[in-house]
Design a protein around this ligand. Sequence first.
Ligand SMILES: O=CC(=O)O
Length: 303
Amino acid sequence: MPDLPEAPGAPPVVVLVPEDPGASVLTRLPGVRAVVYRPGAPLPPEAARAEVLVAHGIEPEDAPPLLAALPRLRMVQLFSSGVERWVGVVPQGVRLSNADHVHGVAVAEWVVAQLLAHVRDLAAYRTKQQECRWEAHRTGTLVGARVLVFGSGDIGEGVRARLVPFGCEVTMVGRTARAGVLDQAAGVAAVPAHDVVVLALPLVESTTGMVGAGFLASMRDGAVLVNVGRGPLVDTDALLAESRTGRLHAILDVTDPEPLPADHPLWTAPGVVVTPHAAAITADIRERIWAAVARKVAAHLTV
Ligand SMILES: O=CC(=O)O
């Protein structure tokens, strides 16, 4: 792909972008010169002036030589909303910027889809169809379900907004308490009173391994744990042990480890549903991410 044309306005801020048609969204930003870089290839001469690196297609472990070659770098813009793999990689004084407010709708929709499929027992009906059995059975409903959502960002909020119309009673848990939002300790204490616990948290020190044996044991019989945050929020061994009791259900879009090896016991653990970090993967995901990147670069131009 040739370098992208320069937007009007001078002097332009040089933004290094991966080779991707979506990068053209940056050329619509006045004052930006988007320059394509190819991981592993020699850097273009404009890299010496680059203030922003849109880091996509490069693993954080491979990034240090590239970062060291960008003397005017002020911001690293990620394609992901989670930043945990880049913390400590980006040099001091360089802002690490995530792609936020990108996946809320898609991931919340996935949570609702999974919960509806669970309470209405759709998997059992799929099996009955495969066996050509015309046989109805009673199922649960989401109406009146008490749902505890850890994480009050756009994903957690998207889950709340979509579950309330289904008749769920939703309680939010955030990093700090505020009106209508419990803090993390109060949230953990509230687990036994809920039918569904949704994890939509970032992975930081205080959330790593947060769902361990004690947390799982405090969930009521038949409760559902949904993880759309990061795999290591949950202690996998504790979850495997709990799954053997048959007491709980777990619906996991993220796992620890990831990708989940084909012979990992989580795949076949009783009551566990696994999808491959796919909740946000809709047809328009690239457009959503590039729009967020453009928003973040535009905000950088004003600081
Ligand atoms: O998991 C996806 C992301 O962090 O964007």
